[in-house]
Design a protein around this ligand. Sequence first.
Ligand code: ZN
Length: 304
Amino acid sequence: MLQTTIIRTVRTEGVGLHTGVRGEVRLVPAPADTGIVFRRFDLDHFEIEAHGKNVARVSYATSLMKQGVLLSTTEHLLAAIYSCGIDNIYIDINSIEVPILDGSAEPFMEMIEQAGIRKLRRKRRYLKVEKALEVVEGDRRIGIYPAEEFYVQCYVDFPHPLVGKQKVEMVVNPESFRGLLAQARTFCFERDIPPLKAMGLIRGGSLDNAIVLTEDGVMNGPLRYADEFGRHKALDLIGDLALVGLPLLARVEAYKAGDALHTQLVSRLLADPSLWTITTQETAHSEEPIPAHQFSPASALSTD
Ligand SMILES: [Zn+2]
């Protein structure tokens, strides 16, 4: 497989969910071996690589920080880029936060469609996981395991009549992402809004960019999928895994995890090179079923 980039520059603009700051995003073609790189064009094109080494510890969304320059809420845009198999791209942005748009990855998928994808004359490098790694925090877990392709399983459990237990599992590719996850929107609980507002953490939040769950229903329906919440969490997971910096050959299982746990897994994985190898060899499509894994509550669920 060869590395890819986009064919032409495309742009969009909107407000950031957390900061409320308006910004413009341009997706720009990049040469082989660039990777996915944000450039703050309001700061002299200061570059922040979409890589685990730049993950910032903040209490909301996924944020990158390099030399004091912050960039927030990268996960939806990165999920679209990573799922589409784009190896090299500049994301030029003039604000502190990626616009939330409709709260899903669909607007970014449309941008990528307009931009087009082309192959470069350089072999794609994969990060192939050789040994398992798990991160556990109370009843939340995430693990990464050897596999022949990029596979995710995401389990959520919120005590709400519209959510409850939801599980999504899929091999990640442009078709599966577009068909199953891209349109799933950000969500929050009505009861969390006053404290989030008081902390200034949802300055750009509105009923147009997040599903708001009331005690027993949804304030701004209809939902796009009955299990839109589980699907959105899987979308976030893929966007955070993009911070590995290379396409993954691995199976990732997240159990009630979130951005903090996702990025912790990425950081710990990258910090231990004995867990993986870098290869240009795309493994042949495995005919064998993926072995069932002991994530006990999730594996007891029906996913049909
Ligand atoms: Zn999200």
